[in-house]
Design a protein. Structure first.
Ligand SMILES: [Zn+2]
Length: 150
């Protein structure tokens, strides 16, 4: 199965890059510093704080741009999952869109979470079937994908 559309892949890469950059600068801000005076930051940490704000603003803009290419229903459903980071929501929506595209002309076999599955469309809903039974306990379906027993 082909990879994500290059443009979508770039958008997701930018979201992840900004996530990582924000996490890096935030962790620097959390370190104890003998030169910071309470809320008054030293030059180095004031710059970190500035960058965190810049990264967060860019992230919000990049997320909004990526959102315009996604199915709002997929995004809404994924956002209801507890603790799902916004970048993971966008990745899930991109995967759902790609699966929907791939399954448009009939069921497709692909690998999700290490399991071979058959994906087919029921209207606009993605239906996932286990290709091989993995024992008594089936893993939960991937977010945004409903499961129907055969
Ligand atoms: Zn400092």
């Amino acid at each position: 199965m082909p990879l994500l559309d290059p443009e979508v892949s770039d958008q997701l890469g930018m979201l992840q890059l900004l996530d990582d950059a924000t996490a890096f600068r935030s962790s620097r801000l959390e370190q104890l510093c003998p030169d910071c005076r309470g809320r008054r930051k030293c030059t180095e940490h004031a710059f970190d704080q500035h960058l965190v704000e810049v990264y967060k603003a860019r992230y919000a803009a990049a997320w909004a741009e990526a959102f315009t290419a996604m199915d709002p229903g997929d995004v809404g459903e994924l956002m209801q999952a507890d603790d799902m980071p916004p970048t993971a929501v966008m990745l899930g929506a991109a995967i759902a869109a790609r699966l929907r595209e791939a399954a448009a002309s009939g069921p497709v076999v692909t690998e999700l979470d290490g399991q071979l599955v058959v994906i087919e469309l029921d209207g606009q809903d993605l239906i996932e079937h286990q290709l091989l039974p993995a024992g008594n306990e089936s893993p939960p379906p991937a977010p945004g994908i409903s499961e129907r027993k055969l």
